[in-house]
Design a protein around this ligand. Sequence first.
Ligand code: SME
Length: 317
Amino acid sequence: MTKEELYKSLLQQAQGLLSGESDLFANMANLAALLHQEMGFWWTGFYRVEGEELVLGPFQGPIACTRIAFGRGVCGTAWKEQRPIVVLDVEKFPGHIACSAASRSEIVVPIWHKNKITAVLDIDSKELGTFDETDRKYLEKIASLIYGPQKDIWFAAGCFWGAQKFFKLIDGVDFTEVGFANGQLENPTYEQVYTDTTGHAECVHVRYNPSVVSLKHLAELYFKIIDPLSLNKQGEDEGTRYRTGVFYEDSQDADILKSVFNQVKSSLGVRDMPVELLPLSCFYPADEYHQDYLDKNPNGYCHLNPSIFKLALNVND
Ligand code: SME
């Protein structure tokens, strides 16, 4: 079994194990046990955000330090920089906190709830270089289940700054990040995508709790922030990187999305519209500079009409 296949089956097991249970500690405890047992890690556990510190939560493995300050160690750095961190060799990570001398490599993924980091999942291995992009991808998905079911969807809606601000306001959205989807070049920079030759679309990755907000609803809201009849142009922004589209990873989402697309087409009285509806082929997060851009720069450029944001706040499923 490949690592990807193993994680896919773990993800399913975790979904089953946690469904119907809302107690965070119970969910963290069972997830730590599941991951630890099935993957054979050295240390697997959670640290919870408590004020300015991370405090040890449920774990499996040797005893560990109980408190980690914001910005300290791998865990505190992942929290501060709001990103997952893969450490191939802990000795090469400045400030690494060695709870166990046997630990050689490590991964820390932040857990997002209502657009805030509330905990991290920390895993240590006794071997060097254990963790990679596949671990990052699935551990993020699995860890986020402690708050209930989670799904992912990707919206290309023109300039991603305003689109991210919009989706973050919707109740049930737990995490968003902006990046570049469905192009050819691996790990493109903003500057490369800006040349309009890499094939990527500016896009917002939305992770949401489907028991709070439905995909149908998110897709209907998406159509409120785009001009669905405009090809490669939204507001003043022009180019294939500003094309519109909804990209899914779960093929069952396609039917729900298709019916929303059909509704929109019939209300517009058109047979076709230039909004893509495709499986996600790739997504690369943009630099930190572009994440939450309008929160950091409230007067920054936004192609959306400011009144549209009220819609995201007011609408209930
Ligand atoms: N190595 C972590 C501390 C926690 S232990 O690995 C369990 C860090 O540097 O944050």
